[in-house]
Design a protein around this ligand. Structure first.
Ligand code: NAP
Length: 282
């Protein structure tokens, strides 16, 4: 019988470590600050922004929010980003995705200075991640997954890591991070003929699809480490991409949903803000 990973506990410990870093910056007269731009009416995005605000408060990181209405155009958002790029008091800029449909996401993300790209979605940041450069921001959900794997002592070297999903924000960057750690990586997606053929071989299985319980017990290798990234709202409940309760019969460890990867995603963002603050004050 497998075990649910206590992500809450991991995040609690990591938050204490991060708070110490923030306190020592403040002692030197340096105040870390995150700017958040919300240009959408997406309810989940509003909840995420609220969670980020709460953790900023807990850690003593300053936060300013730009809540924009439907009348904004791409140029307006880019102009706000450019102003924030120049503002020395702002260390990190986060543009909450998805944006209003009429806005050009690539144009907005490309306008963020790579020095303040704490969400890690700028092409330059992603490029650095893909070539394995150390001095870059790692996008928050993949970074959080690595925090979990490291904390529970998973040695990725020589393991077969199978990722279901190939998005810019999860699937692609986590595939590179695992590859860098010496895993053999397979990435499945909607065009993969039979994902179970691959998932059954996974020592480390990452599900980032957005389909409730798409990963069932028969698709999981015995003693696998399972990372469930999915957040699916079904009949007022939040379900992951993995049928957790049944998969527990076969896996070694699994992240719960809710209370799993989502928690480390927010933590990673603030770790990146502190990293940006330190680098900008060198
Ligand atoms: P996304 O951009 O929609 O990407 C989903 C990926 O899944 C795509 O690569 C897609 O393949 C693939 N896919 C879709 N249906 C499939 C199927 N039947 N079989 C195999 N692959 C399939 O989603 P995302 O942004 O990566 O997010 C994925 C999930 O994670 C969502 O539930 C999201 O809410 C959640 N999420 C959670 C966090 C967190 O902090 N916990 C952070 C980000 C996202 P194609 O590329 O071929 O279309």
């Amino acid at each position: 019988m497998g075990e649910k990973i206590n992500v809450k506990d991991i995040v609690k410990r990591k938050k204490e470590e991060l708070k110490q870093k923030v306190d020592s910056l403040k002692k030197k007269g340096i105040q870390p600050k995150l700017a958040v731009i919300l240009a959408s009416e997406d309810e989940a995005s509003k909840i995420y922004v609220g969670k980020k605000r709460k953790m900023c408060e807990e850690l003593g990181i300053e936060q300013e929010e730009y809540i924009l209405d439907k009348n904004v155009n791409t140029e307006d958002v880019v102009n706000i980003v450019k102003k924030l790029n120049m503002d020395k008091s702002v260390n990190g800029i986060l543009v909450q995705l998805p944006l209003f449909k009429h806005l050009d996401m690539d144009e907005v993300l490309d306008s963020i200075s790579d020095k303040k790209d704490v969400d890690g979605f700028h092409p330059l940041t992603l490029g650095k991640l893909f070539i394995g450069e150390k001095e870059t921001f790692v996008s928050c959900t993949p970074k959080g997954i690595m925090t979990i794997l490291d904390d529970i002592g998973v040695d990725c070297e020589g393991k077969h890591a199978v990722i279901v999903g190939r998005s810019r924000i999860v699937g692609k960057p986590i595939s590179q991070l695992l590859l860098k750690r010496g895993a053999t990586v397979t990435v499945c997606h909607s065009k993969t003929k039979d994902i179970s053929l691959f998932t059954k071989q996974a020592d480390i299985l990452v599900a980032a699809v957005g389909r409730p319980h798409i990963i069932t017990k028969d698709m999981v290798k015995k003693d696998a480490i399972v990372i469930d990234v999915g957040i699916n709202r079904v009949d007022g409940k939040i379900l992951g991409d993995v049928d957790t309760e049944n998969v527990l019969d076969v896996c070694d460890r699994i992240t719960p949903v809710p209370g799993g990867v989502g928690l480390t995603t927010v933590l990673s963002l603030l770790e990146n803000v502190v990293q940006a603050t330190i680098e900008q004050n060198k």
